[in-house]
Design a protein around this ligand. Structure first.
Ligand code: F3S
Length: 409
């Protein structure tokens, strides 16, 4: 990869040891992927924030970078942490874990990074415009940035995203290039999607097809009947699922993706019928309603409208099972101001702000998760060994309100 003078200076250590380490990471990445040069980025999203994933070695790396003079040159936000930063005790987080998680957040803060702790940075001010080059490391947000906003990012790892933040650069390859953004698989959706659960199911179906093709297919979606909720809520669910099951960083939706109009629908075609969606929903459910002892909404993190919808359904009622509402801190604050949070908390449901049911250290605490998120189902099983029940947004809330014994009766 050809380096600019400024990049050479960083590589030679003239901007300190942290910038040197960051430039080494980017040069190695660029060489592996055959990048000719780097490109300036306007925004970064760093993943690998939960101490549950980082461990002591990860924390050590971050501390060394902060001490080595690392400073973010562009707007940089953080993925969810392993706990609610302001209230870890309410989620039963161990005090030692909480102390380590705070050290992680402090290291990021020393680097000038916004400690937002959300996988939906585009809801809290880190929202790049169409055509901007960025370096994001949260798979669902990467998919959203490329496919909905029309920005350009590869699926970065935690270290390479941090390196991009420190240098303001990223290797110019992959989804930064026009030729790698061209779709080659039409997906005709004959089913009428209703709500986040159907978007997640669709993502699982397409994702598995893409994975079966070795990641060489880029989907172009055509909805024969316009879905309900082809807005932020449905799209973030679809992005999370497609990224999880198919490793996709980009897809096009006719009429949604800013650059979709540049292409004709590819000839090779996958048709999704209502029965496929029903099959995916079944495949992601191996728990009975009575087995569910843990319920979570907010994967990816909730919009204010979704929190409002939860409040409307919980008002004056009591939940009967552990129920986590996961959202970004700034969105939670808006919910506070609108009175939604008070209604939700009065029901016994808990906000798990800054975190989520996947990155929090909860393995062994629960047996079965109910959620509307296909991504959460995947990681609940793979990471935490939970059984799962994949339901619509409304049905998840109704289940939370029912005592377990009665559900099984
Ligand atoms: Fe976000 Fe956690 Fe889901 S990071 S996308 S809520 S697994």
């Amino acid at each position: 990869m050809k380096l600019t003078e400024a990049e050479q200076a960083m590589l030679q250590g003239r901007h300190g040891p942290a910038a040197q380490k960051a430039m080494r990471i980017l040069e190695a990445l660029g060489t592996i992927y055959g990048a000719q040069s780097s490109v300036a980025v306007t925004s970064v999203q760093v993943a690998g924030v939960s101490f549950d994933n980082l461990g002591e070695a990860g924390l050590q790396f971050l501390s060394e970078m902060a001490e080595g003079g690392a400073r973010a040159r562009v707007l940089t936000t953080l993925n969810p942490a392993g706990m609610d930063i302001e209230n870890p005790g309410s989620l039963g987080i161990d005090p030692l874990f909480a102390a380590n998680q705070r050290r992680v957040i402090a290291a990021f803060a020393r680097m000038g990074i916004q400690t937002t702790c959300t996988c939906t940075p585009y809801l809290v001010g880190n929202r790049p415009a169409c055509g901007e080059h960025i370096a994001w490391a949260e798979s669902s947000a990467v998919c959203y940035a490329n496919s909905v906003l029309g920005a350009r990012t590869n699926r970065e790892g935690g270290p390479s995203a941090l390196a991009a933040a420190i240098t303001g650069r990223t290797p110019h390859y992959g989804l930064h290039l026009d030729e790698n953004r061209r779709p080659n698989l039409s997906v005709i959706v004959r089913a009428r999607l209703q709500g986040t659960v159907d978007f997640g199911a669709l993502g699982q179906i397409i994702g598995k097809t893409l994975e079966g093709a070795g990641g060489k297919r880029l989907a172009y979606l055509i909805f024969e009947t316009p879905p309900e909720n082809l807005e932020t809520e449905g799209l973030k669910s679809l992005c999370a699922s497609l990224a999880t099951y198919g490793g996709a960083g980009l897809f096009h939706i006719e009429g949604v993706t800013p650059e979709a109009g540049l292409y004709r629908p590819p000839q090779e075609c996958l048709v999704v019928e209502p029965a496929h969606l029903a099959g995916a929903r079944q495949e992601l459910s191996d728990a009975t309603p009575d087995e569910v002892d843990f319920i979570s909404l907010g994967c990816p993190h909730l919009t204010l409208a979704e929190i409002g919808a939860i409040a409307a359904r919980l008002e004056g009622r009591r939940v009967q099972r552990q129920f986590w509402i996961t959202a970004a801190r700034p969105v939670k604050r808006q919910a506070d101001a609108l009175g939604y949070s008070a209604i939700i908390e009065a029901s016994g449901a808990k906000f798990a702000t800054d975190t989520c049911c996947v990155v929090a250290p909860i393995r062994g605490r629960f047996h079965a998760l109910a959620t509307d998120s296909a991504k959460a189902c995947y990681y609940a099983a793979a990471k935490n060994r939970f059984k799962t029940l994949f339901l619509s947004f409304a049905d998840v809330i109704e289940l939370a309100l029912q005592p377990r014994a009665e559900v099984g009766a």
